[in-house]
Write a protein that binds this ligand. Sequence first.
Ligand code: 13P
Ligand code: ZN
Length: 273
Amino acid sequence: MTKFVDSPYVLNMREVTRESYNRYWDERNGGNVSYRLLAEEVESYEDVHEVKASFELGFDASAIAGYYYLVTGTGRYFRNVYSRPTLDLGLVKISADGQSYDIVWGFEDGGKPTSEFPSHLMSHIERLKVNPEQRVVFHCHPTNLIAMSFTQPLDERHLSRILWKMQAESIVVFPQGIGVIPYMTPGTNDIGVKTSEKMAEFQAVLWPHHGLFASGVTLDETYGLVEVIEKAAMIFSQVGAQGGKILQEITDQELQEIAEFFGMTPHAGFLDL
Ligand code: 13P
Ligand code: ZN
């Protein structure tokens, strides 16, 4: 029997938070991650069988009753997660009635899950309906994408088209485009409800003037989605820095062809064909 801190899941979380911090996407305590683990992945570790604390969720999570989530703590800095995983990460189990959760590992100095836990869990519930393999929700503050939420109309079709056209492989990675909610107060159940509604249709949802919520099956895939979206936003910023005049572009027909070649179906109505 081994300790959970030595599991590959904790190592993956340490690495991805460090990586995201190094990209400047997680200043101070910005950003949070939740990663669903299966009972058989968790329960062989010796130190995950005792409930250390329990808290009410404040919304109904019965769709994920009994599920385990490895999650970053509220107020914790991504910069620190790598060196102090037992303080800044925690493993929680959703109660059998889906109304509360138990902390079974981590948060050793009294920490709690991210303030965005409602948005994470509601997004997990919605994405699980789309894909039963769904495991990861990743929130961070990607600089160039946030900048676009000031200069561009907050319109899903418009933003998705820009991001697709900035990099040939964008449409292959997020063929459904990017969802957008109105600006809202973070940490609330309300922003969780709005975000999760969008997650039914999109794997990534822009929080204007704040950041991105991305979801996926693995940490690699979800983090990769953030990378591709932010890369496209970065190129858009650089195009602006070079004067902003577009002399040639990837046409809608060419986008359709790339998507088709890789077996993807672009969001209905987002291309002019
Ligand atoms: P937490 O420190 O509660 O995870 O909040 C950070 C954040 O990015 C809020 O949106
Ligand atoms: Zn945030």
